[in-house]
Ligand binder design. Structure first.
Ligand code: R1P
Ligand code: URA
Length: 288
């Protein structure tokens, strides 16, 4: 007999909802748009025909409803891969764990998850205003130290090249996007390797009052030339999504609205307009 997952490991609230996401099985669609900013959820679901469920707890806001005949959920995660650990583990449990027996279900449900987020470009040729689909996510954060992520092929070569270029004391992790979702949602977009950082300032080479340890990080990464894709942009979640998504058996793609260009030090004034275009594109592709 399979041992139930103990109460301390999979925490279910008294009302039957999962601990952080505050959701019960059945309340989330198997096609999901994710965002960092909780206020962006409503900016997406205002286009829905109906919204059947709204829930929130902490930074995790969820709306589930219908867009042109397609059942979708839109969920916010807050910032950083530590949040993605909580988000993807609990989201997966809602589908793949039987809450009454507290055991994994024998039939696996694979989700389609598309992140719609903002990002900064590290290539002069990719200006603010660009829509970019992440072909790979390279994580400079430590989340994957705590899981068993197999690393091979191009992804492991990219991770080794970054370690060498920056002289890091550890090897980053690198994971490919869902090729299926990349073809479907990213076909018309710029593609590249997204570098996921454990912070917005120092880890992305930004100086406000403190001197970053790698002030040239965007030039160093931007100059690595290996394979089909260049290192193109910084953000804070993609690699965590790709790595945990792969381990949990889900299709994941990260779409980035480039709001800053780090080389020519520009920031787009109307971030809402470029995000809105990406939102409408994503909704349309889901509805086809
Ligand atoms: C930093 O400003 C935040 O913006 C990006 C980063 O990944 C980080 O979460 O994504 P979102 O716009 O989705 O939050
Ligand atoms: N989000 C990031 O993490 N970095 C940027 O430069 C812009 C958005």
């Amino acid at each position: 007999m399979i041992r139930p997952i103990p109460e301390s490991e999979l925490i279910i609230n008294p009302d039957g909802s999962i601990y952080h996401l505050n959701l019960k099985p059945g309340q989330v669609a198997d096609s999901i748009i994710t965002v960092g900013d909780p206020e962006r959820v409503e900016k997406i679901t205002r286009y829905f025909d109906t919204i059947d469920l709204k829930a929130h707890k902490r930074e995790f806001v969820t709306h589930t409803g219908w867009y042109k005949g397609k059942r979708l959920s839109v969920m916010s995660t807050g910032m950083g891969t530590d949040n993605i650990d909580i988000f993807l583990t609990e989201l997966d449990a809602l589908f793949n764990v039987d809450f009454s027996s507290r055991t994994p279900k024998s039939k696996h449900t694979s989700l389609e998850i598309v992140r719609v987020g903002t990002s900064g470009s590290m290539q002069e040729s990719i200006p603010a205003g660009t829509h970019l689909a992440s072909a790979y996510g390279l994580g400079l954060d430590s989340l994957m130290v705590y899981y068993h992520l197999p690393q091979h092929g191009m992804a492991s070569q990219l991770a080794a090249a970054v370690r060498e270029k920056l002289g890091l004391p550890y090897t980053p992790y690198c994971v490919q996007a869902s090729w299926k979702l990349l073809a479907r949602f990213g076909e018309s977009m710029q593609k590249g390797i997204t570098v996921t950082c454990p912070g917005f300032f120092g880890p992305q080479g930004r100086k406000v009052r403190l001197e970053p340890a790698f002030p040239e990080i965007f030039n160093l990464l931007g100059s690595i030339n290996l394979g089909e894709y260049a290192f193109t942009n910084f953000e804070m979640e993609t690699a965590g999504y790709y790595a945990l998504g792969k381990l949990l058996g889900h299709e994941v793609l990260s779409l980035n609205a480039i709001v800053a260009n780090r080389i020519n030090q520009t920031f787009i004034s109307d971030t809402e307009a470029i995000l809105d275009e990406m939102i409408l594109h994503t909704l349309e592709k889901f509805s086809l």
